[in-house]
Design a protein around this ligand. Structure first.
Ligand SMILES: [Fe+2]
Length: 301
């Protein structure tokens, strides 16, 4: 992130197997009709106020078919690669098998379960707005669907990512508590340095977190839950023990497969470490803990 969404045309080409720059352009990048459709859906978010209803999208049959293909593949892939508690959350989540759900459909169910709703994003969402809205129970989500020619891979987060990943999380009260925790911490600060520290912690937990379960590495991060390819490649990732001082020193690129993942001992441990770090987080945390500052490129300074 915390660029939750990015300009599809600005992304580095990434192969489905994770090799940066080694792939031909993603079909979505060279299909003007797709880009127009994607941009038209994204444009619905212009001027959108957090908490206002998302305008409904008249999805095409082709988009519904892409959803159905991904739904079938992800549901199968998650079975052996995702933490059990997350699978239980998924079973209560608003993830229909046969159609792309509208934000209202997802939000109404999430609200029943945890008080969260989706709020509309159309592209890059600044950290302050993206993270801060979580404190008030709103998660920024997009509405466009990935390109149909490559349904199991997308170069940018799409509605599949937001529903399968964050929709699953926000169906479980204990996950929703962590989103609110991140949001509350972000709401107490305004500097880029402080928001960047929070975004790195968020990235290596709620987006790309993994946990040990019966001595095996299982996914719980939303980006992994919604990525068929990455679930199949978990064994190839460089898995390191999760620690605040490690993740805040690890810049990330919100593109392609993440080469390094940080594993917690258990999902209970995720909650413990996030509360330890974020409960009292403020502008003074960086100095008190001796954490690094970051220049504009995200490099540690
Ligand atoms: Fe995400």
């Amino acid at each position: 992130m915390t660029s939750e969404t990015v300009d599809v045309r600005a992304r580095t080409p990434v192969a489905p197997d994770g090799r940066l720059g080694a792939a031909p352009l993603h079909p979505g990048l060279s299909d003007p009709a797709y880009v127009r459709r994607r941009d038209a859906i994204a444009a619905l978010a212009e001027g959108h106020e957090v908490g206002a209803p998302s305008p409904p999208v008249a999805y095409t049959e082709r988009e519904h078919e892409t959803w159905r293909q991904v739904h079938a593949a992800l549901t199968a892939a998650q079975q052996d690669t995702v933490c059990r508690a997350v699978l239980r959350a998924r079973d209560t989540a608003p993830i229909p098998a046969d159609h792309v759900p509208q934000h209202a459909e997802v939000g109404d169910r999430l609200h029943e379960l945890t008080g969260f709703r989706f709020t509309l994003a159309g592209g890059l969402v600044p950290d302050e707005r993206f993270l801060g809205s979580m404190a008030r129970g709103y998660f920024h989500a997009v509405q466009y669907v990935r390109h149909p020619a490559m349904p199991l891979y997308t170069p940018e987060p799409d509605v599949v990512h937001d529903v399968f990943g964050h929709g699953t999380h926000l169906s479980a009260p204990w996950f929703a508590d962590l989103y609110r925790l991140v949001g509350a911490a972000a709401s107490r600060v305004s500097s880029e340095d402080a928001l960047d520290l929070i975004s790195r912690v968020y990235w290596f937990t709620l987006e790309y977190g993994v946990a040990f379960e019966r001595r095996r590495v299982k996914a719980y991060g939303a980006a992994l839950l919604s990525s068929y390819g990455e679930l199949g490649q978990l064994h190839r990732a460089d898995i390191r023990p999760w620690a605040v001082e490690r993740v805040v020193n690890t810049p990330y690129v919100a593109a392609g497969y993440q080469p390094v993942l940080y594993a917690v001992r258990s999902l209970d441990h995720v909650a413990d470490v996030l509360h330890d770090f974020l409960d009292e987080f403020d502008e003074g945390t960086r100095d008190r803990l001796g954490l690094p500052t970051h220049d504009e490129r995200g490099a540690v300074t």
